[in-house]
Design a protein around this ligand. Structure first.
Ligand SMILES: Nc1ncnc2c1ncn2[C@@H]1O[C@H](COP(=O)(O)OP(=O)(O)OP(=O)(O)O)[C@@H](O)[C@H]1O
Ligand SMILES: [Mg+2]
Length: 244
């Protein structure tokens, strides 16, 4: 579906360059959950922002395969949900306005957009009476569901979830993972799931890429990478989260 081809991203000036992403090549397939794993600073968010089009690579490119529509549709095809809903959701808006906004911005009429809100709340398993609430009146898990509903409004082919469960308790985290699994099936979309917690992705992600210092260290089917890790680094990540 999408090829990341030799992508490198550098920040900073001439003599103080940081290479956040180093020559990363990977392919995302249709209808799969792809996990991006690595410790803090390994370049996961930078790579995600390049894929979603919020940033441009220094070298290399992100290419959609021929079945997908042209470049200017990128905003609709890839949507991103961020770690902190308090920063990504405007606290003064009601849930219905937050979810309707991407539709209104993309030329849907207001009445049509508000009609879709209930349907989108339903998709993320939230009750309709949440429509009139503001983010501060929702729980952490509910806020991330609102952020997911907003991301789904334009029916993306790819949803990028960047550490979206890191502020949630284990039970709520598991519920969000189950929701993403169900959405993958129902919407036939792919999900790029970013986390530093290797132990949450077994039985969830189809494939995984392990990153370190901007480079891909290991890649493969999740059960194989987790059960027979090839690199010392992956083994260290696994023992750090006491997976066995
Ligand atoms: N806008 C920027 N300007 C300068 N350096 C940056 C910028 N964004 C990221 N970096 C640097 O690039 C490297 C990779 O950062 P990135 O945020 O992609 O890591 P990450 O894997 O998402 O980490 P975390 O798990 O903490 O979210 C880090 O060294 C970071 O300091
Ligand atoms: Mg990050």
């Amino acid at each position: 579906m999408l090829n990341v081809q030799n992508v490198t991203k550098q920040f900073g000036k001439r003599n103080q360059k940081i290479t956040a992403v180093k020559d990363v090549t990977l392919t995302l397939q249709e209808n799969e959950i792809f996990a991006l794993i690595g410790e803090s600073g390994s370049g996961k968010s930078t790579l995600a922002e390049i894929i979603v089009g919020l940033d441009r690579p220094t070298h290399g490119e992100v290419r959609w395969q021929a079945t997908q529509k042209v470049q200017q549709d990128q905003v609709k095809r890839v949507q991103m949900v961020f770690q902190n809903p308090d920063r990504s959701l405007n606290p003064y808006w009601k849930v219905k306005d937050l979810i309707a906004e991407p539709l209104v911005l993309n030329w849907h009429s207001r009445s049509e957009a508000y009609k879709r809100v209930d349907e989108l709340l339903d998709k993320v398993r939230l009750p309709k009476d949440l429509r009139e609430r503001r983010p501060s009146e929702c729980s952490g898990g509910q806020k991330q569901r609102v952020a997911i509903a907003r991301a789904l409004a334009l029916s993306p082919s790819l949803l990028i979830a960047d550490e979206i469960t890191s502020a949630l308790d284990p039970k709520t985290e598991e519920e969000i993972l189950q929701l993403l699994l169900a959405l993958k099936r129902e919407q036939r979309m792919s999900i790029l799931y970013i986390t530093h917690r290797l132990d949450t992705i077994l039985g969830f992600a189809d494939r995984v890429v392990v990153m370190k210092d901007g480079s891909v260290i290991e890649e493969g089917y999740t059960d194989i990478v987790l059960n027979q890790p090839k690199s010392e680094y992956t083994r260290a990540l696994l023992s750090a989260c006491s997976y066995s």
